[in-house]
Design a protein around this ligand. Structure first.
Ligand code: RB5
Length: 144
């Protein structure tokens, strides 16, 4: 798979770890930055990464800021993006199985490396179940 990654300064260290794990699993990584811990604004990197998913240039994206909240808001403003802020493996798994999330958001300042690896692994391996969950997503898209 082709996975976009993006972070602000507060997510830089975790982004590098996530990238390495994606490479270990033979995924292609498209890195939208940032590439240091120098302060930057999360919309500048999060929006282009989310748009890459919406346009079909990437299959998924992993976005990271300090709390994950800013990146979630940015990504979910992009039509066609379903971004899930996950702080546990079970949230990550069900965000794929039930919500068909195509963007995973992590909290660089709140989530430890072992937890982040578990979140990523469960997110990558879970599949959308469709059925009643597809009906519910249709109601998100159509407003009813
Ligand atoms: C940066 O200080 C911080 O505000 C940002 O990483 C993020 O947590 C915003 O939601």
């Amino acid at each position: 798979m082709r996975v976009a990654v993006a972070c602000d300064h507060a997510g830089y260290e975790l982004k590098e770890l996530i990238k390495q794990r994606l490479y270990d699993y033979d995924h292609e990584v498209v890195d939208f930055g940032t590439n240091s811990t120098a302060p930057c604004d999360y919309p500048d990197v999060g929006r282009p990464a989310a748009e890459a998913v919406a346009r079909g240039n990437c299959d998924y994206a992993v976005l990271i800021c300090g709390t994950g909240v800013g990146m979630s808001i940015v990504a979910n403003k992009v039509p066609g993006v379903y971004a899930a802020l996950c702080t546990s493996g079970v949230q990550a798994e069900y965000s794929r199985r039930h919500n068909n999330a195509n963007v995973l958001v992590l909290a660089g300042r709140l989530t430890g490396t072992v937890e982040a690896e578990d979140i990523l692994d469960r997110w990558l391996n879970a599949k959308f179940e469709g059925g009643r969950h597809a009906r519910r997503i249709g109601k998100i898209v159509n407003g009813r």
